[in-house]
Design a binder for this molecule. Structure first.
Ligand code: EPU
Length: 340
């Protein structure tokens, strides 16, 4: 059977193929191929996917484009199709002077993928601006709508991560006209202190772009999927113990637990630049793994496993991938596929 290449559909630029790729520009095209046989996979920008080999099923590629705008006295609303590019949407808002999304500038990927992992950066998460998510349940072909509560957003988590059967066709954003800049995050805080007046959404977006460009590799130049691991959350007793041994360790309280900076942990192990085959730890941000030179998925998995082992050995902390791990039959874990 003929297969379709996923090479240009994953920003890690790993060689992999799918049995079939279906481009969805209109919902009718999706309905025309339902019911789907297993396995299937919904793909947006491919900026958070690690293909650990060929995918033995159908990839549904969301290419729906349209943006609808309305307002009431208090808020701006946007109903945005899932195939729209995230960064372009952010810039279209800040260029009109509409604030709320500026901290999330330059995050790679599509609008439809944004709620899945509840994208976040510099003190703002998608959960803060998302009014609702409209999807098709691929098991039944029925339309389903999720309000913010029903999305079950948490740190890099949502209901769409636990249940992979939804094709997100639109996301509705609610951006208050009484906009409040979020400048609490380290680098933005330092920058805003130097200013004489309140920065505009566009000025903040431009600063975020500058900060990101300084640290994070552009997937078009050096293929990568952003943060490869999640920042681990540990019990406060464990965090206290670690602080005694490593007083410099960044720690952030979240409820009764403590979030650690995975990038710092990896960096302290001297792993920046560490290479396995063609895959390497980025020189400027240890949380990002890059495809430096024709990496295979095996190289990436071996590098990731090495980092997980070293971090566990030194700090007793278990890192978990933030990236989605895809095997022949769909979603899985690094452990599952690393041993294959
Ligand atoms: N750090 C190091 N060395 C490194 C990387 C980080 O010492 O190589 C330290 C930093 O100095 C800082 C702390 O670790 O004290 C946190 O680093 P940073 O501010 O760069 O953020 P992060 O925790 O590494 C998270 C998100 C990013 C997001 C930034 C900014 C996750 C998994 N990652 O990274 O999101 O852009 O905060 O908000 O939560 C992504 O998800 O793909 C992503 C890039």
């Amino acid at each position: 059977m003929a297969t379709s290449s996923l090479h240009s559909l994953n920003t890690f630029a790993l060689k992999a193929s799918a049995r079939e790729i279906v481009a969805v520009r209109k919902l009718e095209q999706l309905h025309a191929c339902l019911p789907l046989s297993q396995p299937y996979l919904v793909l947006g920008g491919g900026s958070n996917m690690l293909f650990c080999g060929d995918f033995d099923g159908t990839v549904i590629h969301n290419q729906m484009r349209d943006i609808e705008y309305w307002q009431d006295e208090q808020n701006h609303y946007f109903n945005v199709a899932g195939g729209e590019n995230w960064h372009q949407f952010v810039m279209s808002c800040v260029n009109k002077g509409i604030g709320g999304l500026e901290n999330l500038a330059l995050i790679p990927g599509s609008v439809g993928a944004a709620p899945v992992q509840n994208i976040g950066a510099y003190g703002v998460e998608l959960a803060d601006v998302c009014e609702s998510v409209k999807a098709i349940d691929l098991r039944t072909g029925k339309e389903v709508s999720f309000d913010r509560q029903q999305c079950q957003f948490a740190y890099r988590e949502s209901i769409f991560k636990t249940n992979r059967d939804y094709f997100i066709h639109h996301v509705v954003f609610k951006l208050p006209k009484q906009w409040q800049a979020v400048l609490s995050y380290g680098e933005l805080k330092a920058w805003s202190r130097e200013l004489n007046s309140q920065p505009s959404p566009l000025a903040i977006a431009n600063e975020v772009i500058k900060v990101r460009n300084n640290k994070l590799p552009d997937p078009n130049d050096i293929p990568n999927v952003g943060s490869f691991f999640k920042n681990p959350v540990v019990e406060s007793s464990h965090a206290k113990q670690l602080k005694l041994s490593y007083p410099e360790m960044p720690q952030y309280e979240v409820g009764h637990s403590v979030k650690l900076a995975a990038g710092w942990l990896i960096d302290q192990l001297g792993l920046k630049g560490h290479q396995v085959g063609g895959a390497a730890v980025h020189e400027r941000q240890a949380l990002v793994l890059v495809n430096k030179n024709k990496a295979t998925s095996r190289d990436v998995m071996d590098l990731a496993q090495h980092i997980i082992e070293q971090v566990d050995l030194k700090y007793g902390v278990k890192l978990e991938p933030e990236v989605n791990i895809i095997g022949h039959q769909g979603y899985g874990t690094l452990k599952e596929f690393a041993g294959e």
